[in-house]
Design a protein around this ligand. Structure first.
Ligand code: COI
Length: 354
């Protein structure tokens, strides 16, 4: 694929890496590529970061025809830059497109686009511990018509955000509450797709949780409201009696790349892992009896976020005394060690950008 590169004439400056936070500053360039039913994907370009124009009737603005990915570029100790399992993100992006009726990408072209724009802004990949360049590929429908029909015009874009920790307090355990009113997804819906609508529809519950002093919600399945599904924007794992239990991918749960990697790592260490239905009763009974040894949310942005307190109605339990558990810490160290290139990569997960 031919990608034209237009460099900015006004390069910006980034804040010091200890002030980065998550997803608030962006690099000087972005990638764009357009789709139309007659031309297919065309006009791949890296251009200065800036506003995107579209028709006020564009399908994404009215009908939420948007999907996205979250991935990161890491600065290795030798100064090089690498990605983590990027082909998994590209494959998931295409699955999300398929669900939303958006045009899919050639996986090689998508990977080339990601590598090219990261290479252009390579100097923005931070190097301090815990920092990375968060990569946000997204794809949306631009058909300028209000009639309801499939998407015939679309744009694929990639923006880059040098980032620190997702949560202000880094790896500190967080309190989370079971959401009993709203639901995130139902089987047959879009729960498995990484589409903007899933996250927008989760905002109300997330805001209410924060008002009550929790960091995020724990979603239950949308049909029986009985089984644990996900955290707010992340997958979840629970160590119960020595076994790591994580909700099975029933169709309404995001197929997390970090989730998948953690399962592979845990199995390689001989830790039993069960991907299965986990009822909220079973979880809270384990918390009450002391067999819930550790709990954590897991995703690209936060990597591992230990859960220190679980609340469901009037039931409230501390997990591991509100401390980071040994297995959560080991998973965090191993995953980030592979990602930052400070530990060996026995699975061949990392992918240099050049
Ligand atoms: C990620 O972990 O990359 C995500 O997509 C979560 C995001 C909604 C902040």
């Amino acid at each position: 694929m031919n990608i034209t590169i237009t460099k900015t004439t006004h390069p910006g400056t980034l804040p010091p890496s200890d002030q980065l936070g998550f997803g608030t500053v962006f690099t000087d360039h972005m990638f764009l590529m357009d789709y139309s039913a007659d031309k297919g994907w065309h006009d791949a370009r890296v251009v200065p970061y800036g506003p995107i124009t579209m028709s006020p009737a564009a399908s994404v603005l009215h009908y939420g025809t948007e999907v996205f990915e979250g991935m990161k570029a890491y600065r290795r100790p030798d100064g090089g830059v690498q990605l983590f399992r990027p082909c998994e993100n590209v494959a998931r992006l295409n699955r999300s497109c398929e669900r939303l009726g958006l045009p899919q990408l050639d996986p090689d072209d998508a990977l080339q686009a990601i590598k090219t724009v990261v290479k252009v802004d390579e100097n923005c990949v931070p190097s301090d511990p815990g920092t990375s360049l968060y990569i946000r590929p997204f794809l949306y429908g631009t058909d300028p018509t209000l009639a309801l029909h499939g998407v015939h015009e679309a744009t694929f874009a990639i923006i880059l955000s040098p980032s620190g920790s997702y949560f202000k307090n880094g790896l500190q355990p967080v309190p989370i509450m079971v959401e009993t009113e709203d639901v995130r997804a139902v089987r047959g819906g879009t729960g498995e797709a990484k589409c903007g609508g899933n996250y927008g529809a989760a905002n109300r519950a997330g805001d209410r949780a924060i008002e009550k002093g929790f960091s995020q919600v724990l979603w239950l399945d949308g049909v029986e409201r009985k089984y644990v599904e996900e955290g707010g924007g992340m997958n979840v794992m629970f160590k119960i009696n020595g076994t790591v239990v994580t909700p099975a991918l029933t169709g309404s749960i995001l197929r997390g790349v970090t989730r998948k990697s953690a399962i592979e790592l845990l199995k390689s260490w001989g830790v039993p892992v069960e991907e299965r239905l986990l009822s909220v009763d079973e979880l809270f009974d384990a918390a009450a009896s002391g067999t819930l040894e550790e709990a954590w949310c897991i995703g690209t942005a936060a990597v591992i976020s230990p859960i220190g307190e679980l609340s469901w109605g009037d039931r409230d339990y501390k997990v591991n005394d509100n401390k980071i558990g040994a297995l959560s810490q080991k998973l965090y160290d191993e995953l980030t060690g592979i990602q930052w290139g400070t530990k060996p990569d026995p699975f061949g997960w990392v992918c240099p950008i050049d």
